[in-house]
Design a protein around this ligand. Structure first.
Ligand SMILES: [Zn+2]
Length: 434
């Protein structure tokens, strides 16, 4: 039996001050709680308590690219960033397209115990877009897969997409789409616009994303199934999702912190740290995405944490891999662009980064639960006044490809609890656990 923990005088969801008593992994009292004699007491004045964050879009690279990230290093990065659960994308080697691979990933996550790792299954065998994977076997495996994605590539063939949407209905799952028209983006390096024209880099037009988002919304409507659109990056995609939701189509959507902060102007540095798929867009797109997050058109924030080994990023723009780290910086970036600007409250952040992703991922029996008596103690404590400067070599991730090196973020997670176990404790709070 572990010692009880009292989180004293935290600001729950950023609005009401209360204490939380945690015993045996469960929140057993909320409010003016009595402190047991042997309790660990965390003085939480000024800290915001949120339900543990849930990422719907993480690349952990294991199996196959353990030089970039492992389930262990990725889990540590997640815990540091305030996450208690991550959904691991299927584009590993081997691809997570069988019950065997997803069970292996799930079990490894449990063994490490720093956050729950929920594998996302591939839609097609080997992510090749030709034949449906054994979705049913993955769904009924002990990994209990409910989300399927070929992320990294788009499920391009509309017949395959239709069949996948039909198939996931049998276990109330969702197809998670990386919306990218492959033909319109052949050789594309960055957002197609003024900056790409000036730099002479091949452009990636907004329509390459929007046309797939529109097609998939219509397919989801036709089949009566659920589609979740990953990393929305354009104002046009937002309009399509808004339209689809008005028609009561079962579509949900995510935005990444980097698409809410950075623009294609970053490409002027020719620094591949800013090369990402989908590409960074214009300020008008960033503004539309922020508005869509604030008004609920975009359901969740997801990181698209994409670690890469240094040789895949320390090279020329054209030959560099797409992707950037996100787990450890997401909360700080979101505070900066949404909370500190007044666009969202911390209660909104709880919905965007915990409750809604847990519901879409169908892990809401365990995650994204209310901070209430009887609920599992998956909790993130945020210090909104702990400004910090991102240093790539200080990150827990094995990779170093953060676009935020040297940038100051306004706050960070200072403690993370997974079923009552502290998985991350900031040095400022370590004394309580000594
Ligand atoms: Zn993707």
């Amino acid at each position: 039996m572990s010692r009880p923990i009292v989180i004293k005088n935290a600001s729950l969801y950023g609005d009401t001050t209360a204490s939380l008593l945690i015993e045996d992994g469960v929140i057993t009292a909320v409010g003016d709680v009595e402190t047991p004699d042997d309790a660990v007491v965390v003085e939480a004045d000024g800290l915001v308590a949120l339900p543990g964050l849930v990422d719907l879009h993480t690349h952990l690279r294991e199996p196959g690219r353990e030089d970039a990230e492992t389930i262990e290093t990725g889990s540590r990065a997640a815990a540091r960033g305030g996450w208690t659960a991550v959904h691991a994308m299927a584009n590993t080697n081997p691809v997570a397209d069988t019950a065997g691979v997803v069970e292996q990933v799930y079990s490894r996550g449990q063994e490490i115990g720093l956050c729950d790792v929920f594998p996302v299954g591939a839609v097609t065998v080997g992510l090749k877009g030709e034949h449906l994977s054994e979705m049913g076997a993955m769904a009924s495996s002990k990994a209990r897969v409910r989300l399927f994605s070929d992320d990294g590539v788009c499920v391009y063939d509309p017949v395959i997409m239709r069949r996948a949407l039909e198939y996931v209905k049998t276990f109330d799952g969702a197809v998670v789409q990386h919306a990218q028209d492959l033909r319109l983006t052949e050789g594309a390096q960055m957002h197609e616009g003024e900056v790409s024209a000036e730099l002479g880099l091949a452009g990636w037009p907004a329509v390459a994303e929007e046309s797939i988002v529109a097609r998939d919304a219509l397919l989801a409507e036709h089949v009566g199934s659920r589609v979740h659109v990953q990393h929305l990056s354009t104002a046009g995609s937002v309009e399509i999702v808004r339209w689809a939701k008005d028609r009561a189509i079962q579509v949900t959507a995510e935005a990444t912190p980097h698409h809410l902060l950075l623009t294609d102007e970053s490409a002027r540095t020719y620094d591949p740290l800013f090369k990402v798929n989908p590409p960074l867009r214009t300020q008008a797109d960033v503004d539309a995405l922020r508005q869509a997050v604030a008004d609920g058109t975009i359901d969740i924030i997801a990181t698209d944490h994409a670690p890469h080994a240094s040789e895949d990023k320390d090279c020329e723009w054209a030959s560099a891999s797409f992707g950037m780290l996100g787990l450890e910086t997401a909360l700080g970036v979101i505070q900066k662009v949404l909370v500190d600007t007044g666009a969202c409250t911390w209660r909104d952040v709880a919905r965007l980064m915990s409750e809604a992703p847990a519901r879409i991922g169908q892990v809401d029996d365990r995650h994204g639960r209310p901070l209430a008596e009887g609920e599992p103690a998956n909790i993130t404590l945020v210090d909104p006044n702990a400004a910090w400067t991102v240093e790539a070599d200080q990150l827990a991730s094995r990779a170093r490809n953060t676009p935020y090196g040297g940038i100051e973020l306004p706050g960070r997670a200072v403690a993370t609890f997974l079923r009552g176990v502290p998985t991350h404790v900031d040095p400022t709070l370590e004394g309580a656990f000594a």
